[in-house]
Design a binder for this molecule. Structure first.
Ligand code: GDP
Ligand code: MG
Length: 702
């Protein structure tokens, strides 16, 4: 066992590699581990790159475990690489990684350029404010190039890419790069699998192009500081260190994206990419202090600094279950985590003990006594902590913002043969839930029916297979069903009074609530207005509890409420006869009335589809999409394929995998993910809700 031999903060990088599926993430990562000496063999990609290929049996789960995070060293820096495997919950995987890493390498394919999913991951990185460097890969392929990718980065991503290298040779003849910072030629020795880099002078026929490209680079660098601007205007040359320092400032401020290029498969260009990670991506010290808030008072902000002296603040971002128990991956932001010590899971208030602390390496793990700020570690011994939970200690309770996970859109009923199996199943579901934040399960209290829900048919199908095959619990499932949501059309108010005598004790409460539509509040926000202080402080929690319960079950069909803000605007209590129970009940009822008064709305999940089809299948695919009321947004070409982007209601998309397979003999591939909730046309409501709607007036609509 070793004590945490972590690098000083300034020499640490927490990075992720993000890309469209097939851009070369896995191939590049393999080279990185090889060149950094982490792996002594260079593997080739044999594992699947499609959604279907991800079936985690024991052996594959071993791979997944090492894939969640790994640490290697480069130029005397400790680099923690967080992997973002591209499978069914692609979006969720990227979200959770982006939440805990400080910088990212974005890989583009030199042929495909900025593809739809590159755009998705780029926007996600924007959302988390993550500085990036870009790598244009596959320059050995025919039709590849750097210029069109740069252009698409500007046009489609609104980025400001700055080229640091020029490729030498095209396609089959691609041999290496010219480094515009040092003005050297870099060739990659084939015999050593690219490990040996041969540095030379720029070939004569490329001199002029290199000078010109360098000029553009210097122009960009000149923007970094006043001193550099002055120097540039005086037409003085920049030193290599000055260029790197300038690029670093601009990258950290997210004003530019340095662009490198190569071919991972042909072992070219990977080491300069690693240099760029060290030179241009942030260390934990470069990041602004992370914000948390007081769980008892959401308005009180708490800033955490990356210091060992501060109390612990860490975020659990991934959980893996195996036969030995669970492994919880955490990013530590402040303070220390130590073996055998207790921590508090701020979200539930539960205490947990760190039995072992690990630093994950490609194939091994190293036991640590302690780990500090900036570290990514895996903890064994936790029983409750799940993805998105904040870990802290008694001296400072705080909640860090969890990653955003999309809401589940599909559910199905699950049955077991007997109660024994059912108990085992509940255990298994709890495990899967901790691993996968886009999976939920619930037991209907009235009917006892067990419902599981997730991101799509395929997602639930994979989980079903895992339950039956890996956990060996036989189950039957019902038909998949859409999970609808409810919201409110316009602002509305509702007041409810609870007044009952229960077992000789009077219970009284009155609550007034206002709801306002807000499409940014996927989870309804709850606020108690200052002038609602007629509700005694002691009952505030009871009121919130009632509102949260009300949010789980809207007035139309009992679907969760989303896209609204809730404000408690008034209330009344009686000294002798008020109780928490009365306030909870009154709040829930007041919310229901407010939503009805504002006009309850039924929402359905809309899916974003990207379909890649050879030309001859395009007609059939489009015809089928039209029949599903899909809205076709774009038809593009990518190589010899036609790429269709469309949006369609999930309710219309059941069985799509089967249809596509039979339409194209398996030659058409697609991805589908939820992208929004949209109002359901009113004439469909009664079909979905299973009852006739009362007249509009009775629903309180104006
Ligand atoms: P990922 O889905 O982003 O992890 O992509 P992979 O690393 O699995 O690569 C997808 C496919 O592209 C595999 O067949 C790789 O062999 C291939 N590939 C990756 N990098 C290159 C490259 O530089 N040149 C060529 N020609 N193919 C590559
Ligand atoms: Mg891969």
């Amino acid at each position: 066992m070793s004590d945490s031999k972590s690098a000083p903060l300034g020499r640490m990088r927490n990075i992720g590699i993000i890309a469209h599926i097939d851009a070369g993430k896995t191939t590049t990562t393999e080279r990185i581990l090889y060149y950094s000496g982490k792996e002594h063999r260079m593997g080739e990609v044999h594992e699947g790159t499609t959604v279907m290929d991800y079936l985690p049996d024991e052996q594959q789960r071993g791979i997944t475990i090492t894939a969640a995070a790994t640490t290697f060293y480069w130029l005397d820096h400790q680099i923690n690489l967080i992997d973002t495997p591209g499978h069914v919950d692609f979006t969720a995987e990227v979200e959770r990684s982006l939440r805990v890493l400080d910088g990212a390498v974005v890989i583009f394919c030199g042929v495909g350029g900025v593809e739809a999913q590159s755009e998705t991951v780029w926007r996600q990185a924007d959302r988390y404010g993550v500085p990036r460097v870009a790598f244009i890969n596959k320059l050995d392929r025919s039709g590849s190039g750097v210029d069109h990718v740069m252009e698409e980065m500007r046009e489609r991503l609104g980025a400001f890419p700055v080229q640091l290298q020029l490729p030498i040779g095209k396609e089959d003849d691609f041999r290496g790069v010219i480094d515009l910072v040092t003005m050297k030629m870099l060739l990659f020795d084939e015999e050593s699998l690219g490990a040996k880099i041969i540095t030379g002078e720029i070939p004569g026929d490329m001199r002029a192009a290199a000078e010109e490209a360098r000029q553009r680079l210097l122009e960009a660098v000149a923007d970094a500081t006043d001193a550099l601007t002055e120097k540039f205007l005086a037409e003085e040359d920049f030193s290599v260190d000055e260029i790197r320092a300038g690029l670093r400032i601009l990258t950290l401020n997210r004003r530019i994206v340095p662009v490198l290029c190569g071919s991972s498969l042909r072992n070219k260009g990977v080491q300069p990419l690693l240099d760029a990670v060290v030179y241009y991506l942030p260390s934990p010290k470069d990041m602004p202090p992370i914000r948390g808030y007081d769980p008892k008072d959401y308005r009180r902000e708490i800033l955490c600094h990356p210091s060992r002296k501060e109390p612990l603040a860490a975020l659990a971002f991934k959980v893996l279950e195996d036969q030995h128990g669970s492994l919880v991956f955490c990013r530590i932001y402040a303070g220390e985590m130590r073996e055998n010590e207790k921590i508090i899971v701020a979200n539930s208030g539960r205490k947990e003990r760190v039995s072992h602390l690990w630093r994950m390496h490609a194939k091994d793990r190293e036991r640590l006594e302690a780990a500090g700020p900036g570290e990514i570690v895996a903890v064994s011994g936790f029983r409750f902590a799940g993805t998105g939970d904040t870990l802290c200690d008694e001296r400072r309770l705080l909640l860090l913002e969890p990653p955003h996970f999309p809401a589940t859109v599909i559910s199905m009923a699950v049955e077991t043969r007997n109660n024994d199996d059912r108990d085992r199943l509940l255990d298994v579901l709890q495990k899967i839930c901790r691993e996968d934040p886009t999976f939920r399960y619930a037991v209907n209290e009235e009917t006892g029916q067990l419902l599981i829900s997730g991101m799509g048919e395929l997602h639930l199908d994979i989980i079903k297979t895992r339950i039956i095959r890996d956990y060996r619990v036989p189950i039957n499932t019902g038909r998949p069903r859409v999970t609808y949501r409810e919201s409110v059309q316009e602002a509305g108010q509702g007041r409810a009074r609870f007044e009952q005598t229960i077992a000789g004790q009077e219970h009284f409460a009155e609550v007034s609530v206002e709801v306002t539509p807000d499409s940014s509040a996927l989870t309804p926000s709850i606020e108690i207005a200052a002038d609602a202080l007629a509700i005694p402080g002691a009952y505030r929690e009871a009121v919130e509890e009632g509102l949260r319960a009300g949010c789980l079950s809207g007035p139309l069909g009992g679907y969760p409420l989303i896209n609204l803000r809730i404000r408690v605007i008034g209330g009344a209590a009686r000294e002798k006869s008020s109780s928490g129970m009365a306030f909870t009940a009154a709040a829930e009822e007041a919310l229901r009335r407010a939503v009805e008064n504002g006009g309850a709305l039924l929402l359905e999940p809309i899916m974003l589809l990207e379909i890649a089809a050879p030309d001859e299948f395009l007609g059939g695919i489009i015809h089928d999409l039209n029949g599903r009321h899909a809205e076709i947004q774009e038809i593009d070409s990518r190589g010899h394929l036609r790429v269709v982007r469309a949006r369609a209601p999930l309710a219309e998309m059941f069985g799509y995998a089967t249809t596509v397979r039979s339409l194209s003999a398996g030659r058409v591939t697609y991805t589908m993910e939820p992208c929004a909730f949209a109002p359901v046309a009113r004439q469909q409501w009664s079909d979905i809700l299973g009852y006739q709607l009362p007249a509009r007036e009775a629903l309180g609509e104006r």
